[in-house]
Design a protein around this ligand. Structure first.
Ligand SMILES: NC(=O)c1ccc[n+]([C@@H]2O[C@H](COP(=O)([O-])OP(=O)(O)OC[C@H]3O[C@@H](n4cnc5c(N)ncnc54)[C@H](OP(=O)(O)O)[C@@H]3O)[C@@H](O)[C@H]2O)c1
Length: 214
């Protein structure tokens, strides 16, 4: 695994690109406005980064991160992501994304929506509950006392392991929630969403999360 593709190069996408380059990956970043608008970021990231279209980033990535507003999910290319591990950082903010009845009613989760849009990809929810700035300031070497943990969820165990290994390289432990249907445990307004947590603390927060009634 050598190349990380990014669909979305905003607060989270640019930070994950920085972590990826720092850890020896090539990155292909993309946004909605076109590669030329990413020239400054590519310059900052250096020779292991290039800007491209979302289709090209999806094709190039061994792992691809989708990190855009949820309202634009339908724009994410499906075919080039087939069979791949796709990391989904998306959260639902109705004021930005518009109201989505199945989320308002807790019938589904944002990650299950991503998986439904990408039926042949292995979607793993990750990086959705940490502020973008903290991605490059809170990481610590494996084994550090009180190392911060990030929650992951996904239906494919192998994909969850791949993403946990990547997160470990990026400086964080993981707390594995299990399948995407359980990913509501780390959605907006749950105890683990936002604060710094060790793996043990995060597991307690995930267990304590309450899903609003349907
Ligand atoms: N900010 C945080 O601390 C944080 C933390 C965890 C999770 N999240 C979640 O992660 C996602 C990204 O958040 P963010 O804060 O990084 O957002 P952001 O700063 O607004 O950046 C969004 C990025 O997505 C790109 N984009 C939008 N529509 C696209 C499309 N149709 N195709 C390709 N690229 C598209 C934008 O490109 P253009 O600028 O060219 O439109 C931009 O690069 C959101 O779902 C958010 O809720 C955010």
């Amino acid at each position: 695994m050598k190349t990380i593709g990014l669909i979305g190069a905003g607060h989270i996408g640019s930070q994950l690109a920085r972590l990826a380059v720092k850890n020896g990956y090539d990155v292909v970043i993309s946004n909605s406005r076109g590669p030329e608008t990413l020239a400054d970021l590519v310059r900052e990231l250096g020779p292991h980064a290039r800007a491209a279209t979302p289709d090209e980033a999806a094709t190039a990535g061994d792992i691809v991160v989708v990190t855009i507003p949820l309202k634009n999910l339908d724009d994410v290319p499906v075919a080039p992501l087939s069979g791949k591990v796709v990391i989904d950082t998306l959260n639902y903010y109705p004021q930005r994304d518009g109201h989505i009845a199945d989320l308002d009613n807790e019938k589904t989760t944002t990650s299950e929506m991503v998986q439904a849009h990408l039926p042949t990809s292995k979607v793993v929810k990750a990086f959705n509950h940490i502020y973008a700035a903290e991605l490059t300031t809170h990481g610590q070497a494996a084994g550090s006392p009180d190392r911060r943990a990030l929650a992951i969820a996904g239906n494919d165990l192998g994909a969850r392991k791949d993403v946990a290994a990547l997160i470990d390289q990026f400086g964080f432990d993981t707390a594995d929630i299990g399948p995407l249907s359980e990913s509501w445990r780390i959605q907006r307004d749950t105890p683990g969403y936002g604060p710094r947590r060790t793996a043990e603390e995060m597991r307690k927060d995930l267990a304590a999360a309450k899903r609003p009634p349907k």
